[in-house]
Design a protein around this ligand. Sequence first.
Ligand SMILES: [Fe+2]
Length: 455
Amino acid sequence: MKAVPFLLILVSSISARAETFGPYLGDVTRTSIKVAWRTEIPSNSVVEVAPAENGDFVAAGGTDQETLQHEVLLTGLDAGARYRYRVRSDTGGATVFESEPHHFRIDGGPGSPFRFVFFAEVHENSEVAGFDSVVRAFDPDFQIQPGDNVDEGSELAQWQNFFTRGDWYGDLPLFNVNGNHNYAGNGIDLSTEVLVNPGNEFYYSFRYGDVLFLGIDSEHLLNDEIRDNVPPWLEKVLTDATDGIEDPVFIIAFEHIPPWSSCTGSCALRKLVENPWVRDELVERFERFGVDLVLNGHDKIYERSLKEGVTYIQVNSGSGPYDVDPDAGFNPYSQVLVGDGLSMLRVAVQGCALRFEAVRPDGVVIDEGELTGRCGNLKSSDEVVIGDSDDAGIVEAGYFADHNGESAGGCSGASRSASSGPYTWILAGFLFPLLLLRSRTVFFGNILINKGDST
Ligand SMILES: [Fe+2]
């Protein structure tokens, strides 16, 4: 008889903990950042900050209004500065949540080098936590994801899993757009409540360094407002970005649905209804205005494509994979295809040079390349020379190691095409004789292909 109340208390405690998570970050600018967390009990919101290395914490923002979902905007921060922060929630004189100290870094503005990481298809796979050491070694400024962060956007426990599975969420602001699983179970309201993004949170732009980023919810079949409002918004923001006034050096878009991909089966059938709108309304503008890089998810493979000067990269950081068939004709623009395993992208930007590497959780690089932006849009007249990427990767070579802009960056030409590093060819050379001995199914499940330019 006595065991029953104990059991009830235990279950209640576990349930309550599942609804507490954070802190996490979003919407970082040159002077501000948003800090968010969730508590299982309505309580107030307190954020304290301190200099990055030493010094006392001081109250920086918050509210006495008691809530479950906490979101505090910190303003008046110094561009390019790094801070420590911690959060706390109290109610009735008792503290219900208190975080460990974390760090964030503020955008340094035009001329500042920076790094970001890109994850996709995290879903409910705990293996994404395997990227922890890769992320820490890279020391990025923020992260981007194109949705499908969870299986069911309506499940609060899944969001708790999402924000606690990766060690980096407390330190890296997340810029996210919705995928179809954010809408699952009528989950878009909870997704929007939990996630922290700029503007209306569905489609938005932001500048970081000399780069314009476009976050686009591409779920036009699930949300009529996306179908109707994104095209005119995209037309305007790209017109402004290319009008000769304060134009960015790079334009990078991220949205859930890749316009082309080599996945087959149900994945390919789905594309018949999903992709025409993406191609007609998004890709047409990406090409016409010269977007440099588009980051996607959804198809659970790694693939880099190139069409009309626009590079498309999709990664799979936590689920799948789908089957792939490079000969099926679904993606004539494929440059590099890796059909299985988890992947994420790390990107370093300095001057008019952008270097990217696709990596496994163990740090093995499966693809790499460089893009050159609009060098004429740089404010500085300093000539920059691209790092010696043939020698080693971003981390190993200390590429862009100095976050304050003292190291070399790149501006070696006007081409916007990506150039593959030697790794792809070396790996392909080792794999090809082996792959010839394998069955077709296994062959296409593991192959890494480099087709060269095929615009
Ligand atoms: Fe998806």
